[in-house]
Design a protein around this ligand. Structure first.
Ligand code: OGA
Ligand code: ZN
Ligand code: ZN
Length: 421
């Protein structure tokens, strides 16, 4: 509830004006009007007579005091010796607007005084539109889910050289990956530095038990199912890690001339949406039944036994998708749930796999392509192929993490002036 003020003060001479805390107050300077909603304990700012107001909880203002006792500019962080006991009994006592410094001045019941510049306040406004803008422009861009038939429309290509030398192209690539979960890099050289160079432009590679980079090549006697020429059904990479690598990069060095070796890709968040609409019971089962994902083996003298126990569809407290786990070969025969949950899980899984395959797009990369996708959201696979000595398929893979990629996206947006304030 926004309360109206009983008294208002004109302040045209640029001095600071003030009023006591006992009533809802309003101050107008040349263009800023300040008031309080006493009941909700909010400070309200109105910049133009008809513009929507900015709102700030009083206790949050106390916590975020910008003085040198409470905040350290050098480390851009709150100081523990500031309001360290978070005493919620502290109340706003006096509120004023300083037109000269364009800042909000507050005196608190604990004797502390705070000053907040208008530009700082505008970026942190609690009104719904401002919060939505911050989440979209600074936290993460909104994901657009897509069906297999929309692939041609959403897919975008980026030139390897441009990604290495042009920050705007780098930002657009990361943005595409964040929004659609998929981007194709073209014209990379056929050498061994490509994935490292790309990852270093973003930050650094994510290493796993298979090393920094891994080679997908048909190898008789391979210890990993992917290293056979057989079809690789839709999966996410490494669901058996709690800290799963979150962006996959696949560099095609050699492509098979055989009719196989096609890539399959499906937006599993979209597939989950379809399941939710059409088969809500199956959706509930797949989002609630933990599965034991596992990988046992050794690589370059490192023996490993990885297990992560989590559902196929992972949701947050608001029912939004946070992660998909899927891999037939890397689903353990240990299934540590009560026996009566097992059959319903298989029935739900059969529906999910059918939808995922129906929604998959297919294409065949050529040497010099780097296929990059969101390994948290997309499921991918390939059709089987025939390898002979003259006809070899060779893909090199590596990972990046979303934490590092989003950080780079934000820094680039800021440096290139893309934030709409
Ligand atoms: C993998 C994989 C894709 C391919 O090795 O996990 O997805 O095209 N490979 O071989
Ligand atoms: Zn302070
Ligand atoms: Zn894979």
């Amino acid at each position: 509830m926004l309360t109206s003020n009983s008294s208002s003060y004109s302040n045209s001479n640029g001095n600071c004006s003030s009023a006591s805390s006992s009533s809802n107050s309003s101050f107008s300077s040349s263009c800023v009007q300040v008031s309080r909603d006493v009941q909700q304990q909010l400070v309200l700012l109105r910049l133009l007579p008809d513009s929507p107001g900015l709102q700030f909880p009083e206790i949050w203002l106390r916590d975020n005091c910008q003085c040198s006792t409470c905040y350290m500019q050098q480390t851009r962080s709150r100081l523990p010796q500031g309001w360290n006991y978070l005493d919620p009994s502290v109340r706003l006592q006096q509120l004023s607007w300083c037109a000269e410094r364009q800042s909000l001045q507050i005196s608190w019941s604990d004797g502390h005084k705070s000053s907040f510049p208008l530009s700082w306040l505008k970026e942190r406004d609690f009104s719904p539109a401002s919060r939505a803008r911050y989440l979209r422009d600074c936290y993460r861009p909104e994901q657009r889910l897509w069906s297999g038939t929309e692939f041609q429309r959403i897919q975008r290509e980026f030139l390897y050289d441009e990604l290495l030398h042009n920050d705007e192209a780098l930002l657009q690539w990361l943005h595409q990956l964040a929004v659609y979960g998929l981007a194709l890099v073209k014209q990379a050289p056929l050498d061994s530095n490509v994935l490292r160079n790309l990852c270093n432009r973003v930050g650094f590679m994510r290493s796993t038990t298979y090393g920094d980079e891994w080679s997908v090549k048909a190898q008789p006697g391979a210890s990993n199912y992917a290293y056979l020429a057989a079809p690789l059904p839709l999966h996410t990479d490494m669901p058996y890690f709690e800290y799963k690598p979150s962006i996959t990069l696949l560099h095609t060095l050699q492509q098979s001339d055989s009719p196989g070796g096609w890539n399959l890709l499906s937006d599993a968040f979209h597939v989950a949406d379809l399941l939710r609409q059409r088969y809500p019971g199956a959706f509930k089962v797949l989002s609630e039944t933990p599965v034991d994902w596992a990988d046992i083996g050794s690589e370059k003298n490192l023996r490993f036994h990885n297990i992560w126990r989590a559902p196929v569809i992972n949701l947050d407290a608001n029912g939004r998708y946070v992660r998909i786990n899927l891999s037939i070969p890397q689903r353990d025969s240990h299934f540590s749930v009560p026996a009566e949950q097992v059959r319903p899980w298989y029935e739900a899984m059969a529906l999910f796999m059918r939808l995922a395959n129906e929604q998959a797009c297919t294409f065949k990369t050529t040497p010099g392509d780097v296929l990059t996708f969101d390994n948290v959201r997309m499921v991918h696979g390939r059709t089987g192929y025939d390898d002979t000595e003259q006809n070899i398929r060779h893909i090199v893979g590596a990972f990046l993490d979303w934490d590092i990629a989003y950080s780079r996206w934000r820094v680039l947006k800021n440096d290139l002036g893309h934030y709409n304030k």
